[in-house]
Design a protein around this ligand. Sequence first.
Ligand code: GLV
Ligand code: MN
Ligand code: MN
Length: 418
Amino acid sequence: MDLTSLRPLAEKLFADIRALSFDGVGVTRASYGAGETAAADYLRAFALSEGLRVADDRAANLVFGQPDADPAAPAAWTGSHIDSVPQGGNFDGLAGVVAGLLCLVARRREPHGARLPLEVVAFRGEESAWFGKAYMGSGALFGKIGESDLALKQRSTGQTMAECMREAGADVDAIRGRQWLFDPARVKAYLELHIEQGPVMVARQLPLAVVSGIRGNVRHNRIVCHGDAQHSGVVPRWLRHDAMFSVADLIMRLDEHWRVLLERGTDLVVTTGIVTTDPDEHSISRIPGSVRFSFEARSKSEDTLEAFYQLMRAECKAIERERGVRFEFDRRLLSEPATMDERLCGLLAQACRDVGAAFETIPSGAGHDASLFANAGIPSGMLFVRNQNGSHNPHEAMEMDDFMLGVQALSDVFERLD
Ligand code: GLV
Ligand code: MN
Ligand code: MN
């Protein structure tokens, strides 16, 4: 099946959804919030206008299918997420959903020889930026969202995750009970197309890439370092308990450990994305009495995540002793790394060759819903499409030529799956 003629449709879907979620800087589609729901409503209306089947699952994700296919029958699945980070780009997540819908539209318009029906899922709530927790829509299906997650508060409205999920139509009681909300036997394979969010494919001039695995992460949304708030002019260095210098010390120690681990060939990235003093009390003339910060380490290896985490906690203890401060931690969050299925990687690689795209097999530094499918034992694969200017910013820029190559390769794999 040749999908070239669907390019104008792809352009329209991206443009329309960008317009309805544009925030003046980038796009904002809050997880289980207004922008995400607007995108979901738009996609539902579009799919119905194409004669596709649309259903909401119990976590309020949208599932699209061929109208003549039994929704309970084993199928090939594809999709991605429709939320975004605040002031994000239009393609993170949405590209995979649009790709899946194009494959379905092509099947609806033309006779095809595929043996498996195709189901396309538009996940809600993949981005951790809103509640400090990733994979809410897909995680809920696999019993991974519990009471303490549901109590997390949305960064700008303060509403709980439970309230936002309920408003979107999710079955919060079932989610709280950590039941599996779908039958994994229905998913013969899960494939996700996603933009590459790093700079590697642009640098290596690769329009497509096959993903070998997905980094996991260990996180704290909120660590507070408590020191002693005092007049900045009067306390000599040796009598200070400065929360900011303590946090800076911690970050520099972690940076040094990270450097050494990289020299040994360890896969690791470390980020402190939020560091803040309290604006109600901080001043240029006051030693900070408390500093709040976030911690995130990502790796392909769960052992590395655990070891680096313990190193971080040990350094906090050392700094507490040396500087007379105290670190207080919120709940630790862990997302497991995932390995993509070898057979699906092979099929994706063959499809890249068939469409004439230069490609390599590379790991994913970013997290994706596909990791939940893989870790539930469902054969999973991912195809990356080149994207300029990185991601989680308003400047994401995917060339439509690259995207259509990716969609063609994806569709070709679905025609070969059984
Ligand atoms: C997903 O967007 C991630 O933070 O990896
Ligand atoms: Mn993202
Ligand atoms: Mn994404």
